[in-house]
Design a protein around this ligand. Structure first.
Ligand SMILES: *Cc1c(COP(=O)(O)O)cnc(C)c1O
Length: 411
């Protein structure tokens, strides 16, 4: 979103006009930004021909998946349903990596039946897998490196008490199962969490992985997961993707030379690819001044964007209807019967009832975490591509709320 000639625009389309055409609340994605982010990653890692697997849970709209596929991304699925959606969007089974956690073994079998790349992250599952498939289906393993990394404990997945991955301290048990069932390990994977800004953390993980990788002669890829942080507000510390690409790429190359064959370097960003592309446009229903706080109550809330309440995430908010209005302090809240503060004590251009506010960084974990809480409809989604705004998901209707309810006879 750029402020040009006093109007907030995406690809030269005024966002207030997009809001008018499709109504609010509305998720709007800038397709050009998504493709640019993908290209950044490819450029940063070019030497090693990185394979970028988009973490589909961040934004699971089929049109967005198709856009990423068209520009050369693969896909990371965490559920068998995500994998099915990805296949439907045109990804090949080779391009999909499936990394489920705590699923029933039948969902692993389903992944094998679809021919996906799969990471296992539990010893008991690895044993079941070995018994059923032996050496017939090469498999990856997700390791827990015991590194506390990332923004906070809730989004860090690589620390010792995390439910994710097989602990690197259980390597002897992994080796024992591999030998017993002749399991072919074709990939090693770590994903330590979200919002890691220091290249050194990735390099440290890489060193651990390289040490372990020497024990597995059939590797095809090493997957460094994700956790690339983007800016949520001005001056935010972000992951320097070029520094990372250069240093990790160099270390990787050195490693595979000593390993004896060229391996593929995989990464699986969600947030990095789509966060900044997305805006949640909402209507200021009411301005409510109390003796201590001036609230702006909008036609959305934790039912549509839960990150501020769930992770204390900061999302910048802009009054796109009044770019030149004098600035005042507001607390922006939703209309849900919960405390659903989208932004506290924000300096916004004067908000009048009926103004449209844009909530930024809404592309990742926005719509995909939305619900129908309070029996409200989930928003519509719009993609701006080639300077045109197109509907890519309709707003819910009353039918969607009632579809699966079964009314029983109480007589
Ligand atoms: C969520 C997830 C990602 C993506 O994380 P981001 O912080 O959005 O980049 C990657 N890999 C796995 C296994 C995940 O669960």
């Amino acid at each position: 979103m750029e402020l040009k000639e006093g109007i907030y625009q995406v690809q030269d389309l005024p966002l207030t006009e997009v809001a008018q055409e499709f109504g609010t609340p509305l998720y709007v994605y800038d397709g050009k930004k998504i493709v640019a982010q993908l290209q950044n990653l490819k450029n940063a890692f070019s030497e090693n021909q990185v394979k970028v697997k988009f973490a589909a849970k961040a934004l699971t709209n089929i049109s967005i998946l198709k856009l990423l596929k068209k520009h050369g991304a693969g896909l990371e699925a965490v559920s068998i349903n995500e994998a099915q959606i990805a296949l439907g969007a045109g990804f090949t089974k080779e391009e999909i990596l499936y990394t489920p956690n705590c699923v029933d073994f039948s969902e692993i079998v389903a992944g094998v039946d679809l021919g996906l790349n799969i990471n296992l992250d539990n010893l008991s599952v690895l044993e079941k897998f070995g018994k059923k498939y032996g050496s017939t289906y090469p498999i990856g393993i997700r390791l827990n490196p015991h590194i506390m990394a990332g923004g906070n404990y809730k989004i860090s997945t690589g620390h010792g008490n995390s439910k994710f991955g097989i602990s690197i301290y259980q390597l002897p048990q992994i080796m024992q199962l591999v030998e017993q069932y002749k399991i072919v390990i074709n990939g090693l994977h770590i994903h330590t969490g979200s919002e890691i800004t220091e290249t050194d953390v990735f390099l440290k993980m890489a060193e651990i992985l390289f040490g372990i990788a020497r024990d597995f002669p059939s590797l095809k890829f090493i997957d460094f997961g994700s956790g690339f942080k983007v800016a949520y507000k001005e001056g935010d510390h972000v992951t320097n993707i070029y520094d990372l690409g250069l240093k990790l790429g160099r270390a990787f190359k050195e490693f595979y030379h000593s390993y004896g064959k060229q391996l593929e370097l995989w990464i699986e960003p969600g947030k990095y690819l789509v966060s900044e592309s997305g805006y949640l446009l909402v209507n200021a229903n009411v301005v409510k001044a109390t003796p201590s706080v001036t609230f702006v109550g909008v036609n959305s809330g934790l039912n549509h964007l839960i990150r501020p309440m769930m992770y204390d995430a900061y999302h910048e908010i802009v009054n796109i209807s009044n770019p030149t209005g004098s600035q005042k302090i507001y607390t922006v809240v939703g209309n849900i019967c919960e405390t659903d503060t989208l932004g506290a004590d924000r300096k916004l251009n004067e908000v009048r009832e009926g103004d449209i506010l844009a909530i930024k960084n809404a592309g990742a974990y926005g719509y995909s975490m939305a619900s129908n809480y309070n029996s409200r409809f989930r928003p519509a989604e719009v993609l701006i591509w080639n300077g045109k705004a197109q509907l890519i998901r309709k707003r819910d209707t009353m039918d969607d709320l009632l579809r699966n309810q079964v009314v029983v006879d109480l007589e």
